[in-house]
Structures are given as C-alpha cells and as structure tokens.
Design a protein around this ligand. Structure first.
Ligand code: F0G
Length: 351
C-alpha cells in the first residue's frame, strides 16, 4: 500500500497527533535518467523528476495533502484557491477525498482543458474570473480572511512544507543532492519549497551539499527576471502565466543563497523543449514544465552548467493536462483509411 508524503516524511513535516494522515498516493515519483537529450547536449548526468506521476498529474498534490490535513485539523469545512489549473485540480481532489467543499477561482480562457475537466469531475465549485491569476489570488486571500475557509494556495506555509518532500526524494534517489536543480517558476512556491527541502536535508546530514537553483519564467510572464510586476502576463505556458508571484522574495533568496539564477525562456524555446522531451525521451509534460528543460538548455549553451556535474530538471505536470496544445505543434498528419488490409499495408510500406 502506498504511504504518501505525510507518513514517509512525517519527521520533517508539521504533523501533530491530531493531524489526519490522509493520502491519495502522492509523492514517490520517478527520477528518470536522460539518454538522448543528455547525449545531444554533452551532459554526463541529466535526470527528470516526473511530477506528472502524482495522483492529479502535478506536483501540487505534495503540498495539497499537507495543507488539507492541516485544514481538517483546524476544523475547516471549505477549501478555497485561485489557480491556473493544477492547484484547483489538486484542491478539488483532496477536498472530495476528505468530504470538504472546494471553491476554485480560475482565470477565464487561460486554463488548460484537462485541468478544468478535473475540477468538474471532482465536484468543485468553479468560479471563472474575467481577470488573471494575480487578481484571482488577491480575491481569495481577502475572502479567506473574511470567512472561516482554508486558503490552499502556496501562500499557505503548509503547502510549502509538503512540496519540499520532492527535494528529499531527488536526494534520496541520487544518494546526494544534485549540483543543479532546474525548475519552472510561476507563483514561486515550488522553488521556495525545493530550496527549503534541500537546506533541511543538508542540515540533517542526509546530503553533503545543496544544489544551485536555476529557476525559469516564461518571457512574457517574467516579473522576477525583469524586477517589476507584469500587469498583463502572457505565455503559452498557461500554468505559469503569473505577473506578481506571491513568493517573489523567497525565490530571490533561493537564487542568491544557492548561487543560482532566475532567467526567462521564450514560448518558442518552451515549445521546442516540450517537443524534444516527447520525441527524444518519451516524456510528455505540460508546457510550463518544459520551461525547466528550455532553461537548462539555454544555460548549457551559455556555459553556466558544468557538463560533468549532475543536473535535475523538474517536470511539474503531465502533458495530458493540455491536449489542445499538442495539436498546435503536431506535424504528423493523421491518415484515415478504410478496413482494406492492402491499403493499410501500402500505407505502412510508404512510411
Ligand atoms: N508548473 C506547473 C505545471 C504549474 O501548474 C505551476 C503553477 C508551476 C509550474 C509553477 O509553480 O507557482 O510554485 O512557481 N501552478 C499554479 C496553479 C500557479 O494554480 O496551478 P509555482
């Protein structure tokens, strides 16, 4: 039976005797070694952390299980969040699992179809906001202070606590921390969580060092890189279409304390990495996730990554979340045939 992150990492988490040890089987995700892309780039050891293998298809489940357990411990009956899609899918799933009602605010027209499908399936109350993620987050922060409802965005410190377990898993799998950790940055909760996890693992002597944190924003939504709030963020990677990250300050701390960088990648670079991952590695992630690989490739080209060192790219969510996007980049025409075997044979032989 799967243990889940609360049980597996309980000594590192804010768990009390009153915390319900809930799980949907989150965590324990694969760390897959790259062969073809590593070879193309001349990298000695490149790994992908497949967070799309979590129960709702993204890394959010690690933090959500902790935040929801804490909400139940404090007698909350309702969860609320703003989301570009994955947080809402995760909140809705754990809400359903624990018989809580879940309210999600999502920006109109900028959430991938699979993510909305999840929130509907899990029975969340979905409010589509005619605005962007940043505006939705401002509203849920205010509403959760007015009413006894649990805010489960990553401004909730329990989310960060749960998400830091991914850094433990990466370190356990490699036998030590990697040298570089490449990660997409949106609201900046995840880079904050990984950095906290890596520091705690070093302090408790599970590892000998911490990695350099390499965070990547999409160019049209790169407030941290530009040093200013972006009022109207844009990018094809809708999960990280965020102009005013809540954990801005702690993302800068992660960068500076680790000797890392936070850089921007273009939508073209994101799509190129998205396609390379699928075609070279057999890994289908969502576009926001591919920002980590796009950024890693850009950093290798700039000479910022030592090719003999160990590199981990976090692939935050599953490609199945965003089925529409793949149609935009597909260059393989679908051929329709009848049921004549000779026609099918001819088609195969002419490939
Ligand atoms: N990758 C994916 C697939 C995401 O869904 C998100 C954030 C990120 C990366 C960035 O992580 O915000 O911690 O820096 N998604 C949030 C949501 C905003 O609402 O699902 P971050």
């Amino acid at each position: 039976m799967t243990q889940g992150v609360l049980q597996t990492y309980r000594e590192f988490l804010p768990i009390t005797p009153a915390t319900p040890m809930i799980t949907l089987g989150e965590g324990d995700t694969p760390l897959v070694r790259s062969h073809r892309l590593a070879e193309q780039l001349g990298l000695e050891s490149l790994y992908f952390k497949l967070e799309g293998s979590n129960p709702t298809g993204s890394f959010k489940d690690r933090g959500m299980v902790m935040a929801v357990a804490n909400a139940i411990e404090h007698d909350s009956k309702t969860l609320i969040c703003a989301s570009t899609g994955n947080t809402s899918a995760s909140a809705a799933a754990y809400g359903a699992h624990c018989n809580l009602s879940t309210v999600v605010l999502v920006p109109k027209g900028n959430v991938a179809r699979g993510k909305i499908a999840q929130a509907i399936a899990y029975g969340a109350n979905i409010l589509v906001i005619n605005g962007n993620f940043d505006q939705a987050l401002t509203m849920v922060r205010e509403l959760s202070s007015r009413h006894p409802i649990a805010l489960v965005n990553s401004v909730n410190p329990y989310r960060i606590e749960g998400q830091k377990t991914a850094a433990f898993e990466v370190s356990d799998a490699l036998g030590d921390a990697p040298d570089y950790l490449c990660i997409p940055v949106g609201n900046a909760g995840n880079i904050t969580a990984y950095w906290k996890g890596f520091k705690e693992y070093q302090e408790t002597e599970h590892t000998t060092h911490t990695p350099q944190m390499f965070g990547f924003q999409a160019e049209g939504s790169a407030p941290i890189v530009r040093g200013e709030i972006i009022e109207n963020p844009e990018t094809i990677a809708s999960a990280i279409r965020i102009g005013n990250p809540a954990s801005w300050k702690s993302a800068l701390e992660a960068r500076d304390e680790s000797g890392g960088i936070i850089d921007a990648v273009t939508d073209e670079e994101i799509l190129a990495a998205y396609k390379l991952l699928a075609r070279l590695e057999g890994i289908f992630c969502e576009p926001a996730s591919a920002a980590s690989v796009a950024g890693m490739m850009k950093s290798v080209a700039k000479g910022l990554i030592d090719k003999d060192k160990m590199v981990v790219c976090v692939l935050t969510g599953s490609g199945l979340k965003d089925p529409d996007l793949v149609n935009q980049i597909a260059d393989i025409p679908l051929r329709e045939l009848g049921t004549e075997i000779d026609d099918v044979e001819r088609a195969i032989l002419s490939m």
